[in-house]
Design a protein. Structure first.
Length: 297
């Protein structure tokens, strides 16, 4: 686990010939194989100078951003200095979602101190939503530019400023998530990006040296909770959603049309509210239907 130091200025998009005041901030990252560091996109965003320090060495090493996924709030950082990598073990990303209520440990460099901090908690919830980082960058839910909901994990371990980008370990020592955000004015509510989502980003970067974005459904649909509408569509006991629009450049264009009713997605029964049941280590949770698509490469 390493500490990331950022210095930069936020551009003004309304007055592009001006920039805002210079700021400094810190975040957390962790080492992957092949000398890569994984952290959050908002940790490296707008950084003009990026430096990394190790827990046992206060020397700052110059770093650079290799790839950013703003839709997933993830980024890969590289350090060219070979001295930095001496004695740094690589972590392993878990290939499966953790079990609900299983114990996890969040590691990072939060505000309030300069040394590494470990907080312990449990997986409180498995959900799907638009991540906080793209939301703060102007992406709105249910808008045409929204990439869709992605799987996210809620933990009751504290996640404070500076924790962002740090790993969350399970009892076997594998990384099950990347610390992403907390909930202001709420206690013991933190969100981590699942390792399954992070692995999708890391593997695509390893293959192509870039990130093309998460998969999108490419359609807009409305729930069918109204009994009169369901009767009009002759759905009987079936459940599903009504298609409103299909993206003209999407994969479903010409295959799905407005007015169609979707009853199943990828083998999952689609509810009238637009959710699907996912089974995670024996536990059934209902998440937005587009989360089935966004979790695939």
């Amino acid at each position: 686990v390493v500490k990331i130091h950022g210095t930069g200025v936020r551009p003004s998009y309304l007055i592009p010939w001006q920039v805002k005041g210079q700021k400094e901030w810190t975040g957390t990252g962790f080492v992957l194989s092949e000398r890569r560091i994984l952290t959050n996109a908002h940790v490296v965003e707008d950084a003009t100078v990026l430096q990394v320090t190790k827990q046992d060495n206060p020397k700052k090493f110059r770093a650079s951003v290799a790839c950013v996924a703003h839709d997933l709030d993830l980024a890969v950082v590289l350090v060219d200095d070979t001295d930095f990598w001496q004695g740094l073990p690589a972590t392993v990303l878990s290939k499966e979602l953790p079990e609900l209520y299983s114990e996890v440990k969040a590691v990072g460099f939060p505000a309030g101190g300069s040394t590494v901090c470990v907080t312990k908690g449990v997986i409180s919830r498995i959900d799907a939503m638009l991540y906080v980082h793209p939301s703060l960058n102007g992406i709105q839910e249910d808008s045409c530019n929204c990439p869709g909901s992605a799987i996210i994990l809620q933990i009751d371990a504290a996640i404070n400023p500076g924790n962002s980008g740090g790993p969350t370990f399970d009892n076997t020592g594998k990384v099950v998530g990347v610390a992403s955000s907390g909930l202001p004015n709420r206690q013991n509510v933190g969100y981590i990006i699942p390792s399954t989502i992070a692995s999708m980003f890391v593997e695509e970067y390893a293959r192509t040296q870039k990130w093309s974005g998460i998969s999108e459904m490419g359609l807009a649909a409305r729930p069918l909770e109204n009994d009169s509408m369901r009767s009009f569509l002759k759905m009987n006991d079936s459940t599903g959603v009504l298609v409103d629009a299909v993206a003209p450049l999407g994969a479903l264009h010409g295959k799905v049309k407005p007015g169609d009713v979707i009853t199943h997605i990828d083998g999952y029964d689609l509810t009238n509210e637009g959710t699907v049941p996912l089974t995670v280590v024996g536990q059934r949770v209902y998440v937005d239907a587009d989360a089935v698509v966004t979790q695939k490469a």
